[in-house]
Design a protein around this ligand. Sequence first.
Ligand SMILES: *Cc1c(COP(=O)(O)O)cnc(C)c1O
Length: 402
Amino acid sequence: MPVSRATFDAVMVPNYAPAPVLPVRGQGSRVWDQEGRELIDFAAGIAVNALGHCHPRLVEALREQSALAWHLSNTVTNEPALRLAQALCAATFAERVLFCNSGAEANEAALKLARRWAWQTHGVDKHEIISFDNAFHGRTLFTVSVGGQPKYCEGFGPLPGGIRHLPFNDIAALEAAVSDRTCAVILEPVQGEGGVLPADPAFVRAARDLCNRHGALLIFDEIQSGFGRTGSLYHYMQLGVTPDILTSAKGLGGGFPIGAMLTTARYAEALQPGTHGTTYGGNPLACAVANAVLEVLSAPGFMDGVKARAERLKQGLRQLGQRHGLFETVRGEGLLIGALLKAEWKGRARDFFTAAMEEGVWMLVAGGDVLRFAPSLVIPDADIDEGLLRLDRALAKVAAAR
Ligand SMILES: *Cc1c(COP(=O)(O)O)cnc(C)c1O
């Protein structure tokens, strides 16, 4: 039986509202739909396809591992997982790694580790988790409760307790809130879903100092900002502030589902055998692909390429914003870019998304007020330019229809 976008409404739970196009194939930063219509991909599967679609090195890694072993379980360990953990430890502050299958699960592990560590070393009272307004940490009940968008929790209560939300980038509020009852502060170095809003370096330093002073763990959710997206392997490397726990997913697998929690040997001790786990965690196929992504990202000059592409795309977006008088500002870090709509266009981001799709460019939104761009880290200049041309037409269309 043939399937189409209409099939979605017939057989899928309606928790998503997919666009009318139905992509079937991708190569680099171009994607083709069922009718053979081509799109420029400025979305990369929501900052996931770090090397675009069907990168030859990733295809090869998956093919090779698929002929060896698909799944072994955590009753044994496996070579791809060990290699990946070794490489992540060598490349970051981390000394221990836990693998899982998604971003939410990586955060779930991070939060559970922080609670368990605090419980073990200080007792039950030290359990408070501090998070920030508009933060996004995933959709499990714990991670969505820690996230800072109350509408995502509506109707799912009773919710996990011991969680406080503060305004983002507000040092005074943070100083007032962190106490000896705090077990963890969790933040995105660049808020992604919340509107592509970078954390102020001074705010992140204050969080580090306060965590040190009160024996709380600092967790960086780098699920969107990590794996080369901002022009370094993880964004904390540019901030010069090191977390106690870092969570990674999205770009890590380049499109193959995998998540990771990185931490130090000291804190890892809190999760002894039997305390936490997941069947697919460290799956050899996923780890083999992630190893290949990391290899490509580690090549000399790779991050310079990310920065150059980011500059080109940002420049182009600023010009379009000026031409059409639409953007308040173009912000973000590296290839995680947000164009904030002017006051008179607030809430209309989805209209721009739809018009862009019609003109053959696939971008993202972050809430109702921000157009979000998170293309492949190796997107060719020609595709950036062509995408901007198409976006120019889309913006003109929306502006004219007003
Ligand atoms: C996407 C995202 C998550 C959730 O990841 P899933 O793989 O969807 O569970 C968590 N935190 C941040 C910052 C994200 O961007």
